[in-house]
Ligand binder design. Structure first.
Ligand code: ADP
Ligand code: ZN
Length: 213
């Protein structure tokens, strides 16, 4: 199963993608996580990406597309994958489709998780993440077992620079301008499924399972 997660930053794509990845035993490929890992490791790609990310801007398409296309060629992605945070622009979606068409393949579902902007702004302030393993939490909705500590690896949790309130507003603007057109793009391809995003992950997942059957 090949799934693209759509939805505004903070809609809950990453959390749902992780659940799906475990259920279907296919990799969760998050471009945000890939960039953050590169930043942490001080790579050239990480240095370039950070300047955009810290401003709430998108990393240029040419830095993203090859990275993802290469990742999809790895063995663990043969049976499917969940793309989280990619594509994020029409050119990225077209590049993905072109790469898939070359191997006679296509995306099965584009899941759009819908949450209102005002609610997203409220939510993001409570978001915490683990820079070591990429796990994400929410102070209210998905709290870690031990306050401030990652359940998975024990690292201290942080509020990402790009989750600061002004940056969140910028990211939402960028989302509406550059990413939201993908909803129409995938609708026209007949693979779009719209699911209401809830604070309770299990509720959002219930909507997703209705679609995936
Ligand atoms: P969120 O979905 O919460 O906005 P992500 O972790 O997916 O967060 O992405 C964080 C940042 O990484 C984005 O704001 C953007 O700068 C960059 N990024 C991630 N994926 C892409 C992409 N496909 N194209 C361009 N930039 C990206
Ligand atoms: Zn961790």
């Amino acid at each position: 199963m090949k799934i693209v997660m759509l939805g505004a930053p903070g809609a809950g794509k990453g959390t749902c993608a992780k659940v799906l990845s475990e259920k279907y035993n296919i990799p969760h490929i998050s471009t945000g996580d890939i960039f953050r890992a590169n930043i942490k490791n001080g790579t050239e790609l990480g240095k370039k990406a950070k300047t955009y990310m810290d401003q709430g801007l998108l990393v240029p398409d040419e830095l993203v597309v090859d990275l993802v296309v290469d990742r999809l060629k790895q063995d663990d992605a043969k049976e499917g994958y969940i793309l989280d945070g990619f594509p994020r622009t029409i050119p990225q979606a077209e590049a993905l489709d072109a790469a898939l068409a070359q191997i006679n393949d296509k995306i099965d579902y584009a899941l759009d998780i819908e949450v209102e902007d005002a609610h997203i702004i409220e939510r993001m302030g409570g978001r915490r993440c683990c820079v070591k393993c990429g796990a994400t939490y929410h102070l209210v909705n998905v709290p870690p077992k031990k306050e401030g500590i990652c359940d998975v690896c024990g690292e201290a949790l942080i509020l990402r620079d790009d989750d600061a309130p002004e940056t969140v507003k910028k990211r939402l603007d960028v989302y509406h301008e550059q990413t939201q057109p993908l909803i129409t793009y995938y609708k026209e391809k007949g693979v779009l499924a719209e699911v209401e995003g809830h604070d309770e992950v299990t509720e959002t997942m219930a909507g997703i399972y209705q679609v995936l059957g």
